[in-house]
Design a binder for this molecule. Structure first.
Ligand SMILES: Cc1ncc(COP(=O)(O)O)c(C=O)c1O
Length: 373
């Protein structure tokens, strides 16, 4: 949609899932200092500079209740490289990986890249895209190796609750499954919802690889820096893929990440408040188009996944192209997020509030015209 949107004059853009804010100044300063001090011209150790891994350990203990050791941390090229390296290490050809559907499209690519088989378990939309445990149990076969999920979720904005994740951990333990988590939106939860890290459950800890990133938390998309936590015995295995992909994440970005963890954390609350307010505006505007869209109110991330009620929504790709060309509004088709994504759109609220109004003024005019026609 980003590419197609270039064909359209001044589109209203609700299709990107990247923060529009710039990286905070003190983080940039940390990187500039490291450049000036001559620290960034070489490789670091593959797992990342020790000072950064020590700060990550502190953060995991403080914010995720995961007791950690630097030997259990690997810094990665964003969450995405951590997830890819993990899947390459854990999944053999033909192994099945259970994914709640809809889910982040890149997870599906990662499983396929490792010649694994993605097995989609539809989430229960009416319950806010909750995990369907009956369907999950029914999907487990002798070839099932892992479950892979993101919470808070892209594309639905669902925050899987602690009791749900504890239940998931029990089923995984009973069936000897690994759990791979993508916690990219860990700090962006609303309405009293709390992010819960499944690796904080002592009984399942060794079976979980938890992937995190600086991308969303500190608006650092382009720095390409993230990290994962796994049992120390898994780190060298994941390292085989990590080294083959990247040797180490960009060293300048490791210093920027160090400045992010040791400096002011104010930007997180500011971003969260902006997203919550933008979410409320987006939902209010969707309410005014109640004959076209139905939706589950997101309590996390900065994304939501409304259902399209009009007939043409059955082909979400065709519908999105039509909205782009005829209403000049860029959205993402639900089919991009797995088979149960059809009939939906993904909308992003990590945009300025004016962009939401611009998009919905155009959508209202478009659907008024369609009604009149
Ligand atoms: C769920 C999820 N995971 C990971 C990423 C990408 O993270 P990174 O930039 O750290 O690779 C995104 C980006 O949109 C995302 O939505």
């Amino acid at each position: 949609m980003t590419r197609l949107s270039k064909q359209v004059d001044d589109p209203a853009f609700l299709s990107w899932a990247k923060p529009t804010a710039d990286t905070p100044e003190h983080i940039k300063e940390g990187a500039i200092r490291a450049i000036r001090d001559g620290l960034v011209g070489g490789y670091s150790v593959n797992t990342g500079i020790p000072a950064l891994r020590e700060q990550i350990v502190r953060k995991l203990e403080r914010d995720n209740s995961i007791p950690a050791d630097p030997a259990e941390i690997m810094t990665t090229v964003g969450a995405v490289e951590g997830l890819t390296s993990t899947v390459m290490a854990l999944i053999d050809p033909g192994d099945e990986v259970i994914l709640p559907s809809p889910t982040y499209a890149t997870h599906v690519l990662q499983v396929r890249l490792a010649s694994g088989v993605p097995v989609f378990v539809p989430a229960i939309e009416e319950e806010g895209f909750a995990f369907d445990f009956d369907a999950f149990r029914a999907a487990i076969t002798p070839r099932t190796k892992a479950v892979m999920l993101c919470t808070p979720n892209n594309p639905t904005g669902t925050v899987f609750a602690e009791p749900e994740l504890r239940r998931l951990a029990e089923v995984a333990l009973e069936n000897d499954l690994m759990i791979i988590t993508d916690e990219a939106y860990e700090y962006f939860t609303y309405d009293g919802e709390k992010h819960f890290s499944i690796a904080s459950i002592p009984e399942i800890r060794k079976k979980v690889v938890s992937c995190f990133t600086f991308t969303k938390t500190y608006a650092m998309t382009g720095w390409r820096i993230g990290y994962l936590h796994a049992d120390a015995s898994l780190i060298p295995q994941i390292g085989k893929a990590h080294i083959a992909c990247s040797i180490c994440p960009p060293v300048v970005s490791q210093y920027a990440a160090l400045a992010a963890l040791t400096g002011s954390q104010d930007c997180i609350a500011e971003f969260r408040e902006h997203y919550r307010s933008a979410r409320d505006i987006l939902c209010a505007r969707l309410d005014r188009l109640g004959s076209v869209f139905d939706y589950q109110k997101p309590t996390g991330s900065y994304l939501m996944f409304p259902r399209i009620l009009v007939d043409e929504g059955r082909d979400s790709m065709g519908f999105c192209k039509k909205l782009l060309h005829e209403a000049r509004v860029s959205t993402t088709p639900g089919i991009a997020f797995g088979p149960t994504g059809e009939n939906h759109l993904r909308l992003s609220f990590c945009v300025p509030e004016a962009e939401i109004h611009k998009a919905f003024d155009r959508l209202e005019a478009y659907f008024d015209r369609a009604d009149a026609g």
